[in-house]
Design a protein around this ligand. Structure first.
Ligand SMILES: Cc1ncc(COP(=O)(O)O)c(C=O)c1O
Length: 363
């Protein structure tokens, strides 16, 4: 290309989303493919969302409300905090990018586990910062390793709890011990995209006692337990000084009117949220049992997904599963050559996955 792009940007590996259902159905000429590759919610979203979206359609000739005031107020009440502590984003991806752009000067460092959710690295590089990666230990975040990498250039640390892709967690004690060793001027981003699915009560949850530590920025999303991935809504909870910076640089209309209304409506439907969490737990219990019956080892998980070790090239299995209309995620590009990651589906999807896997492995 004759146009010269920045060296930093040219080094960015593009984010690879899970294969879309419609694409697979077209490619393999099948109508009933199932997707367990992107940690989405298999049971949809609250019926209240339909009503809210329909009602708001008539206002779609207008720009959205910039500060998403109804949603922000509702979240402030839910967590007993001020609206000044909340920034709403076009998915939590948006907040990750805003943090990188707001707090990194060229060559400033952002620490993160390796592998990690790819948007941390992409956002840091796009902001001209330097990602510093710390390999996992035993499929879990190496908190001591992160501490050892802190320098005077470190501005942000990204941690994910529960961790994507392995499903491991950080306990309350582990987090407290870690945060004590982080300097006062470093922001600790705690990405809790999957926190609603956690069953283990010892796992750290930053919004149980929010805002006790001004360095902590919590990321939450409506994409997973609430099932609103296609609407794109997430939020951050943080010190008002940090929130003010993010609000200054975000796009004024980053969250559209229908997405705001959908998020508000879904907060009003606790019954749906509970059903969604229960379906996930039932799915995990079923999958663990079924996989253990044909001797497949799974990593423990507190999330809505699990990693399973096939002891053979996972990409080959992934491709064979695709042909049977089951979309899963090979973990080869994450460095786990023999692992697949799947999220829990509906009971029928879970059974279909097990049957397809049996077929592939028996051939
Ligand atoms: C760890 C983690 N953080 C953030 C996100 C992005 O969520 P959102 O849809 O809110 O942008 C994901 C999505 O898969 C994720 O796995």
């Amino acid at each position: 290309m004759k146009f010269k792009i920045s060296d930093q940007i040219s080094a960015i590996k593009p984010y690879e989303p899970g294969k879309p259902l419609k694409e697979i159905q077209r490619e393999y000429n099948i109508s009933n493919a199932i997707k367990l590759a992107s940690n989405e919610n298999p049971i949809g979203f609250s019926p209240k969302v339909y009503d809210a979206v329909t009602k708001n359609m008539k206002d779609m000739n207008r720009y959205p409300e910039s500060s998403a005031p109804v949603l922000t107020n509702k979240l402030a009440k839910k967590f007993d905090i001020s609206t000044k502590n909340i920034v709403i984003g076009n998915g939590s991806d948006d907040i990750i990018a805003l943090l990188a752009h707001g707090f990194l000067n060229p060559e400033d460092e952002a620490l993160m586990p390796l592998p990690s959710f790819l948007m941390y690295e992409i956002s840091v590089k796009t902001a001209k910062g330097k990602p510093v990666m710390v390999p996992l230990t035993d499929f879990s975040t190496n908190l001591e390793g992160l501490i050892h990498k802190i320098t005077s250039k470190t501005k942000l640390i990204f941690i994910t709890n529960p961790f994507n892709p392995t499903g491991s967690t950080i306990s309350n004690d582990e987090f407290m011990n870690f945060s004590r060793k982080v300097p006062d001027d470093v922001i600790i981003v705690v990405d809790e995209a999957y926190i609603e699915f956690v069953r283990d009560k010892t796992v750290y949850n930053s919004l149980q006692k929010p805002l006790q530590d001004p360095r902590i920025v919590t990321l939450r999303t409506f994409s997973k337990a609430y099932g609103l991935a296609g609407f794109r809504v997430g939020y951050g909870v943080m010190d008002p000084d940090i929130a003010q910076i993010l609000n200054r640089i975000r796009q004024p209309f980053n969250v559209n009117t229908l997405a705001q209304a959908a998020a508000v409506a879904s907060l009003d439907d606790e019954a749906f949220l509970n059903k969604s969490i229960q379906t996930t737990h039932d799915g995990l219990d079923f999958l663990f049992k079924a996989l253990s019956q044909f001797d497949i080892n799974c990593l423990p998980t507190q999330s809505n997904f699990l990693m399973l070790d096939l002891k053979t090239d996972a990409t080959i299995v992934f491709e064979k599963m695709l042909k049977l209309g089951v979309i899963v995620r090979s973990m080869k590009s994450y460095g786990f050559d023999t692992f697949l990651r799947i999220n829990t589906g509906t009971p029928q999807e879970n059974i279909a996955f097990i049957n397809a896997l049996k077929k592939v492995l028996n051939n």
